[in-house]
Ligand binder design. Sequence first.
Ligand code: NAI
Length: 212
Amino acid sequence: MSKENKRVSEAVIRRMPKYYRYLKEMKASGIKRISSRELSKKMGLTASQIRQDFNCFGGFGQQGYGYNVEELCDEIQKILGLHKEYNMIVIGAGNLGQALANYSGFEQEGFNIKALFDINPRLVGISIRGIPILDIDHIEGFLSQCEVHIAAICTPKKTAQEMVDRLIECGVKAIWNFAPIDVNAPDDVVVENVHLSDTLYTISLRMNEDYN
Ligand code: NAI
C-alpha cells in the first residue's frame, strides 16, 4: 500500500476483506469478469460505493465489460498483504487457543502459528497439530529467537492487558485479541479486538427489533 493509501477510511479498510472473500470465491468457480453492478448485487453494496472504494487504491480500471476477476482478486490480496507470510503465536492454550491452532485455514493464507503459550503445567509440553504449547515464562526468550508478527490473545480477561504489554515490550507489532476487553496499545501497534458475542447480541437485537 502506498503512503497516500494510509489515509483510506476505516470503513473502506473494513470492506476490503469482504471484497477479497467474494473475489476469491468467484475466481475459484471460474468467473472471469464482473461488472461493479453485478458485484454490488452479490455483496449488497451500491456500484458507486464499490467504485469509490476501489478508487482509494488507484481504481483497478474496468476494461470493456467489468473487472478481470483474477487480476482484481490478486490486487486486493496484495493490498491486504496476503501475498506475504506471517509468524503468529497464541497466548492461552485453552479451548479457543487450541481451536485457532487446530484450524489449518490460517496457514493457507500465510499466517503460520509457531507456538502457543500457557501458564498451566498440564498443557505445557503437548502439541496441537505439531504446534508446541510452551511455558509462558519462556515468551521473552522465544521472541528474541523467532520473529513474531502477530500475537493472538486467548487468555482470561484479567490477564489480557498485562500480556499485551509484555508482548509489545518484546517488539510484537500486532495483537489479535479475543479476551472480552478492548486492549490498549501504542499507535504503532495494530490491534484487532474480536468479540464474537457482539455479533450474537446483534442477532438478538434484530430478533427483538420492537425494542420492548
Ligand atoms: P480457557 O479457560 O479454556 O483458556 C484460557 C487459557 O489461558 C487457560 O489454558 C489458562 O491456563 C491460560 N492462561 C491464563 N493466564 C495466562 C497467562 N498469563 N499466560 C498464558 N496463558 C494463560 O478459556 P477459553 O474458552 O479458551 O477462552 C479464552 C479467552 O477467550 C477468554 O478470555 C474468553 O472470554 C475469550 N473468548 C472470546 C471469544 C470471542 O468472541 N472473542 C469467544 C470465546 C472465548
